[in-house]
Design a protein around this ligand. Sequence first.
Ligand code: NAD
Length: 497
Amino acid sequence: MRTDLAALFIIFGGSGDLAQRKLYPALFNLYQKGYLKEHFAVIGTARRPWSDEHYHEIIMTSLAGFEADETVKKTFASHFYYQSHDVTDAQHYETLKQLAAKLDDQYQLQQNRIYYMAMSPRFFGTIASHLGSEALLTADGFNRLIIEKPFGRDYDSAKILNDELTQTFEEDQIYRIDHYLGKEMIQNIMALRFGNGLLGAVWNKQFIDNVQITLAESVGVEDRAGYYETSGALRDMMQNHIMQVIGMLAMEMPVSFSAEDVQREKTRLFKSIQPYTPAEIKTNFVRAQYGETPVEGQTQPGYRQETNVAPASQTETFVAGKVLIDNERWCGVPFYVRTGKRLARKETQINIVFKKTGVNIFAPDKNDQSAVAPDVLTIFVEPEQGFALTLNGKKVGQGFELVPGQLAYQYNQQMLADSPEAYERLILEALNGDGTNFTHWRELAASWQFVDAIRKVWDADQTALPTYPIGSMGPKEATELVQSTGAEWIFDPTQSK
Ligand code: NAD
Protein backbone atom coordinates (compact mmCIF):
# COMPACT_ATOMS: atom_id res chain seq x y z
CA MET A 1 0.00 0.00 0.00
CA ARG A 2 1.19 3.55 -0.75
CA THR A 3 2.72 5.52 2.09
CA ASP A 4 3.23 9.26 2.58
CA LEU A 5 -0.22 10.08 1.27
CA ALA A 6 -0.92 13.74 0.64
CA ALA A 7 -4.09 15.29 2.04
CA LEU A 8 -5.55 18.12 4.05
CA PHE A 9 -8.09 17.02 6.65
CA ILE A 10 -10.67 19.59 7.63
CA ILE A 11 -12.38 18.33 10.75
CA PHE A 12 -15.67 20.02 11.62
CA GLY A 13 -16.06 19.51 15.36
CA GLY A 14 -12.32 19.48 16.07
CA SER A 15 -12.83 20.11 19.79
CA GLY A 16 -15.40 17.35 20.20
CA ASP A 17 -15.39 13.95 21.84
CA LEU A 18 -15.17 11.91 18.65
CA ALA A 19 -12.26 13.94 17.33
CA GLN A 20 -10.28 13.67 20.54
CA ARG A 21 -11.05 10.08 21.43
CA LYS A 22 -11.02 8.47 18.01
CA LEU A 23 -9.86 10.65 15.13
CA TYR A 24 -6.59 12.08 16.49
CA PRO A 25 -5.38 8.69 17.77
CA ALA A 26 -6.35 7.11 14.42
CA LEU A 27 -4.41 9.77 12.49
CA PHE A 28 -1.43 9.29 14.79
CA ASN A 29 -1.44 5.54 14.10
CA LEU A 30 -1.41 6.29 10.37
CA TYR A 31 1.47 8.67 10.98
CA GLN A 32 3.47 6.12 12.95
CA LYS A 33 2.93 3.55 10.21
CA GLY A 34 4.15 5.98 7.55
CA TYR A 35 0.87 6.40 5.63
CA LEU A 36 0.96 10.03 6.68
CA LYS A 37 4.42 11.60 6.77
CA GLU A 38 5.35 15.05 5.51
CA HIS A 39 2.46 15.78 3.23
CA PHE A 40 -0.50 16.09 5.50
CA ALA A 41 -2.11 18.82 7.56
CA VAL A 42 -5.21 19.03 9.68
CA ILE A 43 -7.48 21.99 10.25
CA GLY A 44 -9.63 21.49 13.31
CA THR A 45 -12.65 23.76 13.41
CA ALA A 46 -15.11 24.42 16.22
CA ARG A 47 -16.71 27.42 17.82
CA ARG A 48 -14.33 27.93 20.73
CA PRO A 49 -11.63 30.59 20.25
CA TRP A 50 -8.58 28.33 20.65
CA SER A 51 -5.03 29.12 19.56
CA ASP A 52 -2.95 26.64 17.56
CA GLU A 53 -0.81 26.17 20.70
CA HIS A 54 -3.81 25.19 22.76
CA TYR A 55 -4.99 22.89 19.99
CA HIS A 56 -1.58 21.19 20.02
CA GLU A 57 -1.97 20.58 23.74
CA ILE A 58 -5.35 18.97 23.05
CA ILE A 59 -3.76 16.74 20.41
CA MET A 60 -0.96 15.77 22.81
CA THR A 61 -3.54 14.90 25.49
CA SER A 62 -5.46 12.73 23.08
CA LEU A 63 -2.23 10.81 22.39
CA ALA A 64 -1.54 10.20 26.09
CA GLY A 65 -2.17 6.47 25.69
CA PHE A 66 0.64 6.09 23.13
CA GLU A 67 4.13 5.10 24.22
CA ALA A 68 5.74 6.96 21.31
CA ASP A 69 8.55 9.44 21.75
CA GLU A 70 7.44 12.93 22.78
CA THR A 71 9.26 14.56 19.87
CA VAL A 72 7.46 12.28 17.40
CA LYS A 73 4.14 13.27 18.96
CA LYS A 74 5.08 16.95 18.86
CA THR A 75 6.13 16.81 15.22
CA PHE A 76 2.82 15.12 14.44
CA ALA A 77 0.89 17.76 16.40
CA SER A 78 2.70 20.55 14.53
CA HIS A 79 0.70 19.55 11.41
CA PHE A 80 -2.51 20.64 13.19
CA TYR A 81 -4.10 24.09 12.81
CA TYR A 82 -7.10 25.45 14.62
CA GLN A 83 -9.73 27.64 13.05
CA SER A 84 -12.48 29.11 15.17
CA HIS A 85 -15.48 28.70 12.97
CA ASP A 86 -19.23 28.89 13.20
CA VAL A 87 -20.44 26.50 10.56
CA THR A 88 -23.54 28.57 9.92
CA ASP A 89 -21.55 31.71 9.08
CA ALA A 90 -20.65 31.94 5.37
CA GLN A 91 -17.80 34.37 6.04
CA HIS A 92 -15.91 31.83 8.11
CA TYR A 93 -15.61 29.57 5.09
CA GLU A 94 -13.64 32.27 3.33
CA THR A 95 -11.06 32.28 6.15
CA LEU A 96 -11.06 28.50 6.08
CA LYS A 97 -10.49 28.50 2.35
CA GLN A 98 -7.49 30.81 2.66
CA LEU A 99 -5.92 28.71 5.41
CA ALA A 100 -6.57 25.54 3.38
CA ALA A 101 -4.88 27.06 0.30
CA LYS A 102 -1.89 28.17 2.41
CA LEU A 103 -1.45 24.71 3.94
CA ASP A 104 -1.88 23.11 0.55
CA ASP A 105 1.20 25.03 -0.66
CA GLN A 106 3.18 24.67 2.55
CA TYR A 107 2.80 20.88 2.77
CA GLN A 108 2.39 20.14 -0.97
CA LEU A 109 -0.95 18.47 -0.43
CA GLN A 110 -1.79 18.22 -4.15
CA GLN A 111 -5.17 19.85 -3.46
CA ASN A 112 -6.40 16.63 -1.88
CA ARG A 113 -9.03 17.27 0.78
CA ILE A 114 -10.93 15.19 3.27
CA TYR A 115 -13.81 16.97 4.98
CA TYR A 116 -14.73 15.17 8.17
CA MET A 117 -18.13 15.86 9.76
CA ALA A 118 -17.48 15.20 13.45
CA MET A 119 -20.26 17.30 14.87
CA SER A 120 -23.98 17.34 15.42
CA PRO A 121 -25.77 15.85 12.40
CA ARG A 122 -28.08 18.84 12.17
CA PHE A 123 -25.16 20.79 10.69
CA PHE A 124 -24.09 18.23 8.06
CA GLY A 125 -26.26 19.67 5.30
CA THR A 126 -25.32 23.28 6.13
CA ILE A 127 -21.60 22.52 6.05
CA ALA A 128 -21.82 20.65 2.76
CA SER A 129 -23.73 23.45 1.06
CA HIS A 130 -21.29 26.09 2.32
CA LEU A 131 -18.36 24.00 1.11
CA GLY A 132 -19.98 24.15 -2.30
CA SER A 133 -21.19 27.75 -2.32
CA GLU A 134 -17.95 29.16 -0.88
CA ALA A 135 -15.94 27.04 -3.35
CA LEU A 136 -13.75 25.10 -0.95
CA LEU A 137 -13.59 22.07 -3.18
CA THR A 138 -10.43 21.96 -5.24
CA ALA A 139 -10.25 21.51 -8.96
CA ASP A 140 -7.24 19.23 -9.23
CA GLY A 141 -7.04 17.03 -6.14
CA PHE A 142 -9.60 14.73 -4.60
CA ASN A 143 -12.42 16.02 -2.39
CA ARG A 144 -13.97 13.44 -0.08
CA LEU A 145 -16.57 13.86 2.60
CA ILE A 146 -16.56 11.54 5.61
CA ILE A 147 -19.83 11.62 7.44
CA GLU A 148 -20.69 10.19 10.83
CA LYS A 149 -23.83 8.50 11.97
CA PRO A 150 -26.66 9.13 12.49
CA PHE A 151 -27.49 9.68 8.83
CA GLY A 152 -31.02 10.96 9.32
CA ARG A 153 -33.57 9.65 11.80
CA ASP A 154 -35.86 8.08 9.21
CA TYR A 155 -35.99 7.70 5.45
CA ASP A 156 -37.43 11.18 4.84
CA SER A 157 -34.82 13.07 6.86
CA ALA A 158 -32.02 10.88 5.46
CA LYS A 159 -33.22 11.69 1.94
CA ILE A 160 -33.29 15.44 2.67
CA LEU A 161 -29.74 15.22 4.07
CA ASN A 162 -28.57 13.17 1.12
CA ASP A 163 -30.08 15.64 -1.33
CA GLU A 164 -28.23 18.44 0.45
CA LEU A 165 -24.92 16.59 0.33
CA THR A 166 -25.26 15.60 -3.30
CA GLN A 167 -25.66 19.21 -4.36
CA THR A 168 -21.95 19.57 -3.59
CA PHE A 169 -20.54 16.03 -3.57
CA GLU A 170 -20.98 13.10 -5.96
CA GLU A 171 -22.02 9.78 -4.42
CA ASP A 172 -18.52 8.35 -4.87
CA GLN A 173 -17.06 11.31 -2.92
CA ILE A 174 -19.25 10.58 0.12
CA TYR A 175 -17.92 8.14 2.71
CA ARG A 176 -20.69 7.30 5.18
CA ILE A 177 -19.07 5.76 8.23
CA ASP A 178 -20.48 2.69 9.87
CA HIS A 179 -17.62 1.81 12.17
CA TYR A 180 -18.82 -1.80 12.37
CA LEU A 181 -17.61 -2.18 8.80
CA GLY A 182 -14.14 -1.25 10.04
CA LYS A 183 -13.99 -4.14 12.47
CA GLU A 184 -11.57 -6.93 11.70
CA MET A 185 -14.07 -9.74 12.17
CA ILE A 186 -16.86 -8.05 10.23
CA GLN A 187 -14.48 -7.70 7.30
CA ASN A 188 -13.53 -11.32 7.90
CA ILE A 189 -17.07 -12.42 7.01
CA MET A 190 -16.15 -11.84 3.37
CA ALA A 191 -13.03 -13.98 3.73
CA LEU A 192 -15.00 -16.78 5.37
CA ARG A 193 -17.77 -16.75 2.83
CA PHE A 194 -15.90 -16.12 -0.37
CA GLY A 195 -12.51 -17.59 0.48
CA ASN A 196 -13.71 -21.08 1.43
CA GLY A 197 -15.29 -23.42 -1.10
CA LEU A 198 -16.49 -25.57 1.80
CA LEU A 199 -18.50 -22.81 3.44
CA GLY A 200 -19.57 -21.32 0.12
CA ALA A 201 -21.26 -24.64 -0.71
CA VAL A 202 -23.39 -24.78 2.45
CA TRP A 203 -24.19 -21.06 2.78
CA ASN A 204 -27.85 -21.34 1.86
CA LYS A 205 -31.30 -22.44 2.95
CA GLN A 206 -30.56 -26.09 2.23
CA PHE A 207 -28.03 -26.30 5.04
CA ILE A 208 -28.61 -23.31 7.29
CA ASP A 209 -31.47 -23.41 9.78
CA ASN A 210 -31.15 -19.87 11.11
CA VAL A 211 -28.67 -17.04 11.57
CA GLN A 212 -28.26 -15.15 14.83
CA ILE A 213 -26.67 -11.75 15.31
CA THR A 214 -26.18 -10.34 18.80
CA LEU A 215 -24.75 -6.89 19.56
CA ALA A 216 -24.87 -6.81 23.35
CA GLU A 217 -23.80 -3.90 25.52
CA SER A 218 -23.36 -4.11 29.27
CA VAL A 219 -23.49 -0.34 29.86
CA GLY A 220 -26.70 1.70 30.11
CA VAL A 221 -27.33 5.07 28.48
CA GLU A 222 -24.75 6.77 30.72
CA ASP A 223 -24.65 10.48 29.91
CA ARG A 224 -26.17 10.11 26.43
CA ALA A 225 -29.82 9.96 27.53
CA GLY A 226 -30.64 13.20 25.73
CA TYR A 227 -29.63 11.69 22.40
CA TYR A 228 -30.85 8.19 23.20
CA GLU A 229 -34.36 9.33 24.06
CA THR A 230 -34.74 10.53 20.47
CA SER A 231 -33.13 7.45 19.01
CA GLY A 232 -33.62 4.15 20.87
CA ALA A 233 -32.01 0.84 20.01
CA LEU A 234 -33.82 0.47 16.69
CA ARG A 235 -32.37 3.63 15.20
CA ASP A 236 -29.09 3.53 17.12
CA MET A 237 -28.04 -0.04 16.35
CA MET A 238 -30.47 -1.86 14.07
CA GLN A 239 -30.77 0.57 11.16
CA ASN A 240 -27.03 0.76 10.65
CA HIS A 241 -24.79 -1.85 12.30
CA ILE A 242 -27.17 -4.82 12.37
CA MET A 243 -28.44 -4.19 8.86
CA GLN A 244 -24.86 -3.96 7.61
CA VAL A 245 -23.95 -7.24 9.30
CA ILE A 246 -27.00 -8.88 7.68
CA GLY A 247 -25.79 -7.46 4.37
CA MET A 248 -22.32 -8.97 4.78
CA LEU A 249 -23.69 -12.36 5.83
CA ALA A 250 -26.42 -12.66 3.24
CA MET A 251 -25.42 -10.82 0.06
CA GLU A 252 -24.52 -12.75 -3.08
CA MET A 253 -20.87 -12.99 -4.06
CA PRO A 254 -19.90 -9.62 -5.57
CA VAL A 255 -18.37 -9.61 -9.05
CA SER A 256 -15.22 -8.15 -7.51
CA PHE A 257 -14.04 -6.74 -4.21
CA SER A 258 -14.59 -3.16 -5.42
CA ALA A 259 -16.80 -0.68 -3.57
CA GLU A 260 -19.18 -0.55 -6.52
CA ASP A 261 -19.70 -4.31 -6.69
CA VAL A 262 -19.92 -4.90 -2.93
CA GLN A 263 -22.35 -2.03 -2.40
CA ARG A 264 -24.44 -3.21 -5.34
CA GLU A 265 -24.83 -6.70 -3.81
CA LYS A 266 -25.69 -5.33 -0.37
CA THR A 267 -28.30 -3.06 -1.92
CA ARG A 268 -29.83 -6.00 -3.84
CA LEU A 269 -29.95 -7.95 -0.60
CA PHE A 270 -31.68 -5.15 1.32
CA LYS A 271 -34.25 -4.95 -1.43
CA SER A 272 -34.95 -8.67 -0.94
CA ILE A 273 -35.77 -8.33 2.74
CA GLN A 274 -39.38 -9.27 3.28
CA PRO A 275 -41.47 -6.21 4.13
CA TYR A 276 -43.79 -6.89 7.06
CA THR A 277 -47.39 -5.90 7.58
CA PRO A 278 -48.10 -4.08 10.88
CA ALA A 279 -49.43 -7.35 12.32
CA GLU A 280 -46.25 -9.19 11.29
CA ILE A 281 -44.11 -6.48 12.86
CA LYS A 282 -45.87 -7.08 16.15
CA THR A 283 -45.10 -10.79 16.06
CA ASN A 284 -41.62 -10.60 14.54
CA PHE A 285 -40.12 -7.72 16.51
CA VAL A 286 -39.76 -7.28 20.25
CA ARG A 287 -38.82 -4.12 22.12
CA ALA A 288 -38.11 -3.63 25.80
CA GLN A 289 -36.45 -1.44 28.41
CA TYR A 290 -34.09 -2.42 31.18
CA GLY A 291 -35.94 -2.23 34.48
CA GLU A 292 -34.89 -1.38 37.99
CA THR A 293 -32.90 -4.36 39.24
CA PRO A 294 -31.39 -5.31 42.59
CA VAL A 295 -27.72 -6.06 42.04
CA GLU A 296 -25.60 -7.19 45.00
CA GLY A 297 -27.98 -5.65 47.54
CA GLN A 298 -28.31 -2.33 45.71
CA THR A 299 -31.06 -1.23 43.38
CA GLN A 300 -29.69 -0.30 39.97
CA PRO A 301 -31.81 2.27 38.13
CA GLY A 302 -33.88 1.09 35.23
CA TYR A 303 -33.98 3.08 31.99
CA ARG A 304 -36.92 5.22 33.13
CA GLN A 305 -35.04 6.16 36.30
CA GLU A 306 -31.93 7.36 34.46
CA THR A 307 -31.08 11.08 34.46
CA ASN A 308 -32.69 12.97 31.56
CA VAL A 309 -35.03 10.10 30.70
CA ALA A 310 -38.75 10.82 30.77
CA PRO A 311 -40.42 8.84 33.58
CA ALA A 312 -42.92 7.42 31.09
CA SER A 313 -40.42 7.03 28.26
CA GLN A 314 -41.38 4.59 25.51
CA THR A 315 -37.82 4.50 24.12
CA GLU A 316 -36.60 0.95 23.69
CA THR A 317 -33.20 -0.08 25.02
CA PHE A 318 -33.55 -3.56 23.55
CA VAL A 319 -34.68 -4.88 20.19
CA ALA A 320 -34.92 -8.42 18.95
CA GLY A 321 -36.37 -9.41 15.65
CA LYS A 322 -36.75 -11.98 12.94
CA VAL A 323 -35.73 -10.81 9.49
CA LEU A 324 -36.68 -12.86 6.44
CA ILE A 325 -35.11 -12.61 3.02
CA ASP A 326 -37.16 -13.35 -0.04
CA ASN A 327 -34.57 -14.69 -2.42
CA GLU A 328 -33.65 -18.12 -3.66
CA ARG A 329 -30.70 -18.50 -1.29
CA TRP A 330 -32.47 -17.56 1.90
CA CYS A 331 -36.23 -17.93 1.67
CA GLY A 332 -37.50 -19.48 4.89
CA VAL A 333 -34.27 -18.94 6.87
CA PRO A 334 -34.84 -16.60 9.83
CA PHE A 335 -32.14 -14.07 10.61
CA TYR A 336 -32.58 -13.43 14.32
CA VAL A 337 -31.12 -10.15 15.51
CA ARG A 338 -30.75 -8.77 19.00
CA THR A 339 -29.21 -5.71 20.56
CA GLY A 340 -29.60 -4.01 23.89
CA LYS A 341 -28.12 -2.09 26.76
CA ARG A 342 -27.42 -3.37 30.26
CA LEU A 343 -27.23 -6.97 29.04
CA ALA A 344 -25.19 -9.72 30.66
CA ARG A 345 -22.00 -8.99 28.79
CA LYS A 346 -20.55 -6.65 26.20
CA GLU A 347 -20.14 -8.91 23.23
CA THR A 348 -20.83 -9.04 19.52
CA GLN A 349 -21.32 -12.54 18.23
CA ILE A 350 -22.74 -14.11 15.10
CA ASN A 351 -23.98 -17.69 14.99
CA ILE A 352 -24.73 -19.56 11.80
CA VAL A 353 -26.87 -22.47 12.93
CA PHE A 354 -26.87 -25.44 10.55
CA LYS A 355 -29.71 -27.90 10.07
CA LYS A 356 -29.60 -31.12 12.03
CA THR A 357 -29.37 -34.54 10.41
CA GLY A 358 -32.67 -35.94 9.21
CA VAL A 359 -32.63 -38.93 11.58
CA ASN A 360 -30.78 -39.73 14.79
CA ILE A 361 -29.64 -43.33 14.50
CA PHE A 362 -28.07 -43.14 17.98
CA ALA A 363 -31.37 -42.66 19.78
CA PRO A 364 -33.94 -45.41 20.47
CA ASP A 365 -36.39 -43.31 18.46
CA LYS A 366 -34.68 -42.30 15.25
CA ASN A 367 -36.98 -39.30 14.96
CA ASP A 368 -35.93 -37.99 18.36
CA GLN A 369 -33.66 -35.09 17.46
CA SER A 370 -33.65 -33.55 20.92
CA ALA A 371 -30.33 -35.15 21.88
CA VAL A 372 -28.58 -33.75 18.80
CA ALA A 373 -27.17 -30.24 18.97
CA PRO A 374 -27.04 -28.29 15.71
CA ASP A 375 -23.67 -27.60 14.11
CA VAL A 376 -22.87 -23.95 14.63
CA LEU A 377 -20.34 -21.64 13.06
CA THR A 378 -19.66 -18.84 15.53
CA ILE A 379 -17.98 -15.60 14.54
CA PHE A 380 -16.62 -13.80 17.59
CA VAL A 381 -16.55 -10.13 16.63
CA GLU A 382 -15.63 -8.56 19.99
CA PRO A 383 -14.15 -8.59 22.55
CA GLU A 384 -12.75 -12.01 21.56
CA GLN A 385 -12.01 -12.29 17.87
CA GLY A 386 -12.07 -15.56 16.01
CA PHE A 387 -14.23 -18.41 14.76
CA ALA A 388 -15.48 -21.65 16.19
CA LEU A 389 -17.22 -24.54 14.50
CA THR A 390 -19.26 -26.63 16.91
CA LEU A 391 -19.71 -30.20 15.69
CA ASN A 392 -21.05 -33.33 17.30
CA GLY A 393 -18.69 -36.14 18.31
CA LYS A 394 -18.97 -39.27 20.39
CA LYS A 395 -18.84 -38.94 24.14
CA VAL A 396 -15.80 -40.83 25.35
CA GLY A 397 -16.63 -44.12 27.10
CA GLN A 398 -19.15 -46.89 26.95
CA GLY A 399 -22.42 -46.44 25.13
CA PHE A 400 -23.00 -44.01 22.31
CA GLU A 401 -23.89 -40.50 23.13
CA LEU A 402 -23.32 -37.41 21.01
CA VAL A 403 -21.55 -34.41 22.53
CA PRO A 404 -20.72 -31.09 20.88
CA GLY A 405 -17.04 -30.21 20.51
CA GLN A 406 -15.47 -27.05 19.13
CA LEU A 407 -12.92 -26.44 16.44
CA ALA A 408 -11.89 -23.01 17.57
CA TYR A 409 -9.60 -20.43 16.08
CA GLN A 410 -9.07 -17.40 18.27
CA TYR A 411 -6.83 -14.55 17.22
CA ASN A 412 -4.39 -13.90 20.02
CA GLN A 413 -3.12 -10.54 21.21
CA GLN A 414 0.09 -10.87 19.22
CA MET A 415 -1.83 -11.46 15.98
CA LEU A 416 -4.16 -8.59 16.75
CA ALA A 417 -1.37 -6.19 17.63
CA ASP A 418 -1.23 -5.10 14.00
CA SER A 419 -4.99 -4.86 13.63
CA PRO A 420 -5.91 -1.23 13.14
CA GLU A 421 -8.73 0.26 15.14
CA ALA A 422 -11.89 0.77 13.03
CA TYR A 423 -11.37 4.53 12.55
CA GLU A 424 -7.74 4.11 11.55
CA ARG A 425 -8.68 1.52 8.95
CA LEU A 426 -11.60 3.52 7.56
CA ILE A 427 -9.72 6.82 7.37
CA LEU A 428 -6.94 5.09 5.44
CA GLU A 429 -9.47 3.54 3.09
CA ALA A 430 -11.04 6.94 2.48
CA LEU A 431 -7.57 8.38 1.82
CA ASN A 432 -7.05 5.65 -0.74
CA GLY A 433 -10.44 6.30 -2.34
CA ASP A 434 -11.74 2.85 -1.38
CA GLY A 435 -15.42 3.01 -0.45
CA THR A 436 -15.94 -0.76 -0.02
CA ASN A 437 -16.46 -0.50 3.73
CA PHE A 438 -18.68 2.57 3.63
CA THR A 439 -22.41 2.68 3.09
CA HIS A 440 -23.94 3.65 -0.23
CA TRP A 441 -27.02 5.85 -0.19
CA ARG A 442 -29.12 3.08 -1.73
CA GLU A 443 -28.23 0.70 1.12
CA LEU A 444 -29.08 3.34 3.64
CA ALA A 445 -32.38 4.20 1.97
CA ALA A 446 -33.47 0.55 1.94
CA SER A 447 -32.50 -0.05 5.56
CA TRP A 448 -34.31 3.11 6.72
CA GLN A 449 -37.44 2.03 4.89
CA PHE A 450 -37.36 -1.34 6.67
CA VAL A 451 -36.76 0.23 10.07
CA ASP A 452 -39.32 3.04 9.54
CA ALA A 453 -42.09 0.48 9.11
CA ILE A 454 -41.28 -0.98 12.53
CA ARG A 455 -40.98 2.45 14.14
CA LYS A 456 -44.36 3.48 12.77
CA VAL A 457 -46.11 0.48 14.32
CA TRP A 458 -44.34 0.94 17.63
CA ASP A 459 -45.04 4.68 17.79
CA ALA A 460 -48.73 4.02 17.30
CA ASP A 461 -48.77 1.52 20.17
CA GLN A 462 -48.52 3.15 23.56
CA THR A 463 -48.71 -0.09 25.57
CA ALA A 464 -45.99 -0.02 28.25
CA LEU A 465 -42.84 -1.77 27.07
CA PRO A 466 -41.84 -5.06 28.68
CA THR A 467 -38.81 -4.73 30.94
CA TYR A 468 -35.83 -7.01 31.42
CA PRO A 469 -33.51 -7.30 34.38
CA ILE A 470 -30.10 -5.68 34.20
CA GLY A 471 -27.53 -8.42 33.56
CA SER A 472 -29.94 -10.63 31.60
CA MET A 473 -30.10 -11.20 27.84
CA GLY A 474 -33.38 -9.34 27.39
CA PRO A 475 -37.05 -10.04 27.97
CA LYS A 476 -38.68 -13.46 27.75
CA GLU A 477 -40.43 -12.29 24.57
CA ALA A 478 -37.04 -12.39 22.81
CA THR A 479 -36.51 -15.99 23.88
CA GLU A 480 -40.01 -16.92 22.77
CA LEU A 481 -39.46 -15.28 19.39
CA VAL A 482 -36.66 -17.70 18.59
CA GLN A 483 -38.34 -20.68 20.24
CA SER A 484 -41.39 -20.17 18.05
CA THR A 485 -39.46 -21.80 15.19
CA GLY A 486 -37.90 -24.48 17.40
CA ALA A 487 -34.55 -22.70 17.77
CA GLU A 488 -32.65 -21.32 20.79
CA TRP A 489 -30.38 -18.33 21.16
CA ILE A 490 -26.93 -19.89 20.91
CA PHE A 491 -25.15 -17.06 22.70
CA ASP A 492 -26.30 -16.98 26.29
CA PRO A 493 -23.69 -15.78 28.78
CA THR A 494 -26.22 -16.09 31.61
CA GLN A 495 -25.82 -19.89 31.32
CA SER A 496 -22.21 -20.00 32.49
CA LYS A 497 -20.41 -22.97 31.07
P1 NAD B 1 -19.40 16.70 20.61
O1 NAD B 1 -20.61 17.39 21.10
O2 NAD B 1 -18.40 16.21 21.59
O3 NAD B 1 -18.62 17.68 19.61
C1 NAD B 1 -19.31 18.58 18.74
C2 NAD B 1 -18.34 19.54 18.11
O4 NAD B 1 -19.05 20.43 17.25
C3 NAD B 1 -17.56 20.41 19.07
O5 NAD B 1 -16.24 20.51 18.57
C4 NAD B 1 -18.29 21.77 18.98
O6 NAD B 1 -17.47 22.87 19.29
C5 NAD B 1 -18.65 21.79 17.53
N1 NAD B 1 -19.76 22.70 17.20
C6 NAD B 1 -21.03 22.68 17.67
N2 NAD B 1 -21.75 23.68 17.12
C7 NAD B 1 -20.95 24.32 16.25
C8 NAD B 1 -21.12 25.42 15.33
N3 NAD B 1 -22.29 26.08 15.19
N4 NAD B 1 -20.05 25.77 14.60
C9 NAD B 1 -18.88 25.15 14.72
N5 NAD B 1 -18.66 24.11 15.55
C10 NAD B 1 -19.68 23.71 16.31
O7 NAD B 1 -19.91 15.53 19.65
P2 NAD B 1 -19.19 14.13 19.30
O8 NAD B 1 -19.51 13.13 20.36
O9 NAD B 1 -17.76 14.36 18.99
O10 NAD B 1 -19.98 13.64 18.00
C11 NAD B 1 -19.77 14.22 16.73
C12 NAD B 1 -20.48 13.39 15.67
O11 NAD B 1 -19.97 12.07 15.66
C13 NAD B 1 -21.99 13.24 15.89
O12 NAD B 1 -22.59 13.13 14.63
C14 NAD B 1 -22.10 11.92 16.60
O13 NAD B 1 -23.36 11.31 16.42
C15 NAD B 1 -21.02 11.14 15.88
N6 NAD B 1 -20.48 10.01 16.63
C16 NAD B 1 -19.77 10.21 17.79
C17 NAD B 1 -19.23 9.12 18.45
C18 NAD B 1 -18.41 9.32 19.70
O14 NAD B 1 -17.81 8.33 20.13
N7 NAD B 1 -18.36 10.49 20.27
C19 NAD B 1 -19.41 7.84 17.94
C20 NAD B 1 -20.13 7.66 16.76
C21 NAD B 1 -20.65 8.76 16.10
